[in-house]
Design a protein around this ligand. Structure first.
Ligand code: PNS
Length: 163
């Protein structure tokens, strides 16, 4: 069965990578689907987020990444995917994911598999990584080295762009 790991990945964290790798062990193929939530402002544009996900998952067999827009149920139909994989950290994640799982199951007959975040990454979020990085903090404990480099380059470029 093909499974989809959807998200914004702004940026990809070690918590995301853990969920993707564990999904890879459960399914024949994993498609990491990088999308846009229209209510969010992103640090990285979609192509940059996709590139980072591709580079950081290149060593994981059976895992590929693509970008998408529209509904996940349509993407799943187009890919022949049978399940979504979602990682959850907090009870609030579970509440939201339960609602999404019911909608995707009802409208698209799409199954959702929920994986608990690894204890090490149980409170990690891309939002926190962006916040720490924005104020010059070291995020290398939370993201792959390549992502840490891109964050540093992105923020440095941003400062220069603003004069
Ligand atoms: O959790 P994120 O990072 O904000 O997720 C972003 C994204 C694009 C993966 C998410 O917003 C999404 O799944 N959008 C597709 C629309 C959809 O199918 N939503 C679920 C049912 S309403």
């Amino acid at each position: 069965m093909i499974a989809i790991c959807p998200g914004s990945y702004d940026p990809l964290t070690l918590g995301h990578l853990d969920i993707i790798a564990r999904a890879g062990a459960l399914f024949d193929e994993v498609v990491v689907a990088v999308g846009e939530n229209s209510t969010k402002r992103y640090l990285f544009e979609l192509p940059e987020r996709l590139e980072m996900v591709r580079e950081c998952t290149a060593g994981l067999g059976g895992v590929r990444a693509l970008s998408f827009d529209g509904l996940l149920i349509d993407l799943a139909r187009d890919l022949g995917a049978g399940a979504l994989v979602k990682g959850i950290r907090f009870p609030s994640d579970a509440e939201f994911e339960l609602q999404m799982a019911h909608i995707n199951g009802t409208v698209g007959s799409l199954e959702t598999v929920i994986l608990p975040a690894a204890a090490q990454w149980a409170t990690l979020s891309s939002t926190m990584v962006r916040e720490v990085a924005a104020f010059g903090g070291d995020v290398s404990a939370f993201v792959p080295p390549l992502v840490a480099e891109r964050i540093s380059a992105r923020l440095h470029r941003g400062v220069n762009d603003n004069g």
